[in-house]
Ligand binder design. Structure first.
Ligand code: SF4
Length: 366
């Protein structure tokens, strides 16, 4: 059981090593759950002033493109269809409206807590087409794959998934290849790592020379992961380490990866406010085309501009902290969100707004 003495010792170690580095250090927490845990527990305030924690593109709702929402809205307006989606997605706006607004106007939009619930709805409503909004990273992809296989095996005729599933590693590579990148190391996402395994980060450590440490979500686990990243930087080495080994194995979860590979194939993917990242998404394989909403309904997802003034794209690349968006806390707040990072309970803007930790880097101030 961690004690406050343990935490104090780790923080002291971080301070010692950060002193040796003697420059500003940017550590990206990739996952939205980490962002919230960091803000809620006040970890930022415990760290030396030259360590800056920045948010990454790991909130599923934040990276799902507005054009995808528009397509769901079009489908929802057809009385023959029922849209099924995870909770946060209903509040995100497309170019004009959101699924929540459409539901208030009578569209068939059902919030589900699992992909399996969407398939059950198809069985209960044989006269309707059920479209599952399949969003998220490697954590939510295996359940989608599982229900697609079940639908295929049971010859279900009225179920299809609209895949906006994303892959974490290509996104990290794209961030590192950007000329504006200032990332020194990654606090790797706990949930995704359960599926892909800690070895998946090897190319980031080996080819991009950035420390990667998988962390859990308790404050002691997050602080320990930061300690290991700072230690690597102070020793001028890069490696993959895992302080969440109780659930994250080097090889990941074999069965979940097999499910993903059975149903999906990597494809170029559009990320909200970031654009297309090569081979960073998952498309449904031809074998399961009958359950691919894109093919079944002849859908084309088009690019949609972001709301004027919204800087979600900069926020999820760690280029600015949310308070530097001119709309933060004024016209954009959790009650009336403008961009997806304020909508999602895992969004960086909502975390900053909710927990009020306003610490900004010197560079951003100038
Ligand atoms: Fe977008 Fe609102 Fe965040 Fe600004 S504060 S980046 S408008 S979500």
């Amino acid at each position: 059981m961690p004690t406050s003495d343990n935490i104090k010792l780790i923080i002291e170690n971080i301070r010692r090593n950060a002193d040796q580095i003697d420059r500003d250090i940017c550590i990206m927490e990739v996952c939205g759950t980490h962002t919230v845990a960091i803000h809620r527990s006040g970890i930022r305030e415990l760290l030396p002033s030259n360590i800056n924690l920045i948010s990454g593109p790991g909130c599923p709702v934040c990276v799902t493109p507005a054009g995808y929402i528009d397509v769901l809205i079009d489908l929802a307006r057809d009385k023959n269809n029922i849209i099924t989606t995870y909770g946060d997605m209903v509040r995100v706006t497309g170019s004009e409206s959101s699924l929540e607004q459409e539901r208030a106007n009578g569209a068939n939009v059902n919030v589900v807590t699992s992909a399996f619930d969407a398939l059950k709805l198809a069985e209960k409503n044989p006269d309707k087409q059920i479209i599952f909004a399949a969003v998220g990273f490697e954590t939510t992809t295996p359940p989608t794959a599982d229900v697609v296989i079940r639908a295929h095996n049971s010859n279900v005729k009225n179920f299809a998934a609209l895949s906006a599933h994303k892959l974490v590693i290509p996104a990290l590579k794209a961030l590192l290849e950007s000329p504006t990148c200032a990332i020194d190391g990654f606090l790797c996402p706990g949930h995704v790592s359960v599926i892909i395994g800690s070895d998946a980060y090897r190319p980031i450590a080996d080819s991009y020379h950035k420390p990667c440490v998988v962390g859990g979500f308790e404050p002691i686990q997050i602080i320990s992961a930061i300690d290991k990243i700072i230690a690597q930087l102070s020793e001028n080495r890069t490696d993959v380490e895992n302080v969440y080994s109780v659930v994250v194995k080097p090889e990941g979860q074999r069965h979940a990866l097999e499910l993903i590979n059975e149903v999906f194939t990597p494809a170029d993917s559009n990320w909200r406010a970031l654009g297309t990242i090569p081979q960073s998404g998952l498309a449904i394989k031809d074998k399961y085309a009958d359950f691919d909403a894109e093919k079944k309904f002849g859908i084309t997802i088009v690019d949609v501009p972001e709301p004027t003034g919204c800087r979600c794209g900069d926020v999820i690349q760690g280029l600015i902290d949310p308070p530097y968006c001119p709309l933060f806390g004024n016209t954009c707040n959790p009650t009336r969100p403008i961009g997806p990072c304020m909508v999602s309970s895992e969004g960086a803007c909502q975390a900053w707004f909710k927990y009020g930790n306003i610490r900004v880097t010197q560079e951003q101030k100038s």
